[in-house]
Design a protein around this ligand. Structure first.
Ligand code: URA
Length: 450
């Protein structure tokens, strides 16, 4: 077999066989297939797409390219959750403790920030002492004791995705349904949980910008998960507007804590309850309404917050930060971004707002960059809000004064002001299961302020 022939075949729109996919993935991981040939293949897949059978074969081959986690030392049903990536998306930090406090195990392997999107591991590391690299035996022990642990993905899991993702990032081939579906699902299958709830983001801050593509992506991922013998469903949620008010690692940690205290913003709390309810439902805890009620109750009675604190303590972090979030270090420099005219916020280019937070030091422009955990953006106004000239739209936080101006310009260009209120947008659009697509109405509508 020759990689040249496989590229030629995909370029002409043919489907790759299971053997060809195995040859390609294994050869690439071993370094026998060079980056330039794999780049050409990625671009061919980007334009020609893949059949469902090819996506499943690619996902399984990638999942088996390294270690597969065996979670059998953890008692009970293990439920995982994965977001396709967004701005201000701190839901894992809220949802994980809710679900774990209700007796469902969450053995979570999370990622770091990627491009304009943040990552759970970076957020947790803003708590002094918190360890995200721990041996598997200790990980199992913590999950058995507290119900939840969150670690970074072990060095040897899904090496095919690590190499492929790095290449996609620099060859403009990230936003491809077969490539995103296989990237996410290979990691989820290798991570070993019994059930998976996917949060597929849609809108300007997501990799999939329109609803139809997001639904197609969700359908593919759910079908791969189901075929691999896992229970799997997906929620399609709004990422046309940043989630919550805080963007940046320790800022998001504080907002997640506020949400677990019952004091969080409506959109973050709403999505978190919905995701948690789906995880509880998959674990057989009851009907959907009952699961929503249990999730809300775990916030009201403080059990979800206590579960987060227990996890933080078990992973070496200072749990005092959970009960007294004022302890989080504040950034040295702040700048208020003010409205330059009257109007309503009619659009927030959420990817650009994510990039503004990266410019402040909250994310990485290159893999080896250090992040500043106290850097980021606090949104004072959001989509649909009326504003007057001089009103504060957002507060920027950075460790270096010089970073503020570029981020302010980026932020201002991302917020459009119009003369009439914009159309309200749903928070959750749909739920996708193996049975089909169901429209959702959580009762929470974004941008209906006036
Ligand atoms: N997140 C992933 O893990 N992979 C992708 O391809 C996109 C988002």
């Amino acid at each position: 077999m020759r990689m040249y022939d496989l590229i030629e075949s995909k370029k002409r729109g043919n489907a790759l066989s299971k053997e060809e996919i195995a040859y390609m993935v294994q050869g690439f991981v071993k370094g026998e297939i060079p980056d330039y040939q794999m780049s050409a293949m990625l671009m061919a897949i980007y334009f020609q797409g893949m059949e469902d059978r090819e996506i499943t074969d690619l996902t399984l081959e990638m999942a088996h390219s390294g270690d597969m986690a065996d979670l059998s030392p953890i008692e009970g049903i293990k439920v995982d959750k994965h977001s396709t990536g967004g701005v201000g998306d701190k839901t894992t930090l809220v949802v994980g403790p809710i679900v774990a406090s209700l007796g469902v195990k969450v053995a979570k392997m999370s990622g770091r920030g990627l491009g304009h999107t943040g990552g759970t591991v970076d957020k947790l590391e803003s708590i002094p002492g918190f360890r995200t690299a721990i041996p598997m035996e200790e990980f199992f022990h913590i999950v058995n004791e507290t119900g939840i642990a969150v670690i970074g993905q072990s060095g040897n899991m899904v090496p095919a995705d690590k190499k492929l993702y790095a290449l996609r990032d620099v060859t403009a081939t990230v936003d491809s349904i077969p490539l995103i579906a296989s990237s996410i699902m290979s990691k989820k299958l290798a991570a070993g949980s019994d059930a998976i709830v996917l949060d597929v983001k849609t809108g300007s801050g997501a990799f999939m910008k329109d609803l139809d593509s997001s639904i197609r992506l969700a359908e593919k991922m759910v079908s791969i998960g189901t075929m691999a013998g896992r229970k799997c469903c997906a929620l399609i949620t709004n990422m046309d507007i940043p989630l919550g008010h805080e963007i940046g690692n320790s800022l998001e940690m504080q907002e997640a804590i506020a949400t677990l205290r019952g004091e969080g913003p409506e959109d973050l709390a709403g999505i978190s309850i919905e995701l948690a309810a789906n995880m509880l439902y998959m674990a057989g805890k009851g009907g959907m309404e009952e699961c929503r009620r249990m999730a809300r109750q775990s916030i009201l009675d403080g059990s979800a917050l206590r579960t987060l604190a227990a996890m933080v303590k078990s992973q070496g972090g200072d749990e005092a930060y959970i009960f007294e979030p004022k302890r989080f270090r504040r950034a040295e420099y702040t700048l208020e971004v003010k409205a330059e005219k009257d109007g309503y916020i009619t659009h927030m280019d959420t990817e650009a707002i994510g990039i503004a937070s990266v410019l402040l030091g909250a994310g990485r422009s290159r893999k080896e960059d250090e992040i500043d955990c106290s850097a980021g953006i606090t949104l004072r106004k959001k989509y649909g809000d009326p504003v007057k000239t001089g009103d504060v739209l957002a507060e920027l936080h950075a460790g270096k004064e010089a970073l503020l101006t570029g981020a302010r310009d980026k932020f201002l260009s991302a917020c459009l002001l119009g003369q009439t209120p914009p159309k309200p947008e749903p928070l959750v659009y749909a739920r996708v299961t193996a049975e089909g697509v169901e429209k959702m109405n959580t009762g929470i509508i974004l941008g209906r302020k006036c």
